[in-house]
Design a protein around this ligand. Structure first.
Ligand code: COA
Length: 328
């Protein structure tokens, strides 16, 4: 039987930073940010770490399902901004939420982290290795942004989402299909220079601001437009679905123009495309579970809906997942 999402929740920090926040700090303006990216504001977590955002999301997810933290078998945290390099954010989250019977780990696939995590968790459910898996996706991007680099700092925000996976009772519902891809040649266009074993942190690396996101925006943009659209169209084709069959596209929120290109390739009406980039910017592994949770809690996800998740991010990593929604 396939894995199915049986509960979900998200959390974004309360502090809102509008585009105008950057105007007296770097050479940018609201008009440029809006028209080039679609972003109007984003949330930054002023205090605390990634797991402090995940705790309320996990608690809401469990409470809406009516189960206790002790029932979780495994917790996967997709992120590039864990509280610490080690122990894992999964271990810290386990302690903070009382998931005493869970094992778990962090998964690093940048903006595609949630999709990779979902398929990893689904595999554990389908194989019978676990009964209840929590898949978390989120990032505190403000912890790795160079607020003097106008080409990157305006793009990102902080936030996270969580889904609970269990075994579906009906083979037609749940995670139906997935296409996941990776191309390490993309590594040179989106990365962090120091802080890993290749270049451990030192006085010099800190002074040179090498612990921040570096991006060659146009190269990433060109690959993302093609990559995300390709996998979204392919998953429809190979499941014999046409645009009318799809209820929602939930794309990674990196740039409105990349989202539009994906929707066009799928032949989807813009009304079926979930966009919240204007409120949150790019929360990396958080974008897709936040969109999904907002859609669900707004009452717009219906039993039997076909939804397509699609992402593109550092690595490069990208992919699409087809879900037949099974929550009533
Ligand atoms: N404010 C004002 N001007 C800015 C700016 C800012 N915040 N950032 C860059 N510019 C300038 C550039 O310096 C450049 O100036 P120049 O023409 O004088 O050299 C000009 O704006 C155009 O820059 P460019 O990089 O060509 O813009 P763009 O249309 O490619 O948009 C991104 C930049 C980053 C928004 C876009 O490339 C993008 O979205 N890339 C992909 C991001 C992504 O998907 N990341 C994946 C991670 S998930």
């Amino acid at each position: 039987m396939p894995a199915i999402i049986t509960s979900l929740a998200h959390f974004v920090p309360p502090d809102i930073f509008k585009n105008s926040y950057f105007e007296d700090k770097i050479d940018t303006n609201d008009e440029w940010i809006r028209t080039r990216t679609g972003i109007i504001e984003r949330r930054f977590q002023v205090e605390g770490a990634l797991t402090d955002m995940l705790v309320p999301a996990v608690e809401q997810c469990l409470s809406e399902r009516g189960i206790s933290a002790t029932e979780i078998d495994c917790v996967i945290v997709a992120t590039i901004t864990p509280d610490n390099v080690f122990p894992s954010a999964a271990a810290t989250l386990q302690k903070k939420t009382g998931m005493v019977n869970a094992w778990g780990f962090d998964l690093s696939a940048a903006c595609s982290g949630f999709l990779y995590g979902l398929i990893t968790g689904a595999g554990l459910i389908e194989s019978g290795a676990a009964k209840k898996v929590l898949v978390c996706g989120g990032d505190k991007m403000s912890s790795i942004l160079n607020f003097e680099d106008r080409t990157t700092c305006i793009l990102f925000g902080d936030g996270c989402g969580v889904v609970l996976l269990e075994k579906s009772e009906d083979p037609a519902f749940g995670i139906v299909d997935s296409i996941l891809k990776m191309d390490g040649n993309g590594g040179e266009y989106l990365y962090m220079t120091a802080g890993g074993s290749a270049k451990p942190a030192s006085f010099e690396t800190v002074e040179n601001k090498e612990h921040y996101v570096v991006q060659e925006g146009q190269s990433v943009f060109k690959s993302a437009v093609v990559g995300m659209a390709d996998v979204a169209a392919e998953i429809m084709e190979r499941n014999h679905l046409i645009a009318d069959d799809i209820s929602w596209l939930i794309p990674h929120q990196a740039n409105l123009r990349i989202i539009d290109a994906t929707a066009r390739r799928m032949g989807l009406d813009s009304k079926k495309v979930i966009v919240n980039i204007e409120k949150y910017g790019n929360t990396t592994a958080g974008t897709i579970p936040i969109c999904l949770s907002e859609l669900y809690h707004d009452g717009k996800l219906h039993y039997g809906d076909y939804i397509v998740l699609a992402s593109f991010g550092a690595g490069y990593t990208w992919g699409s997942i087809l879900i037949k929604w099974g929550m009533k």
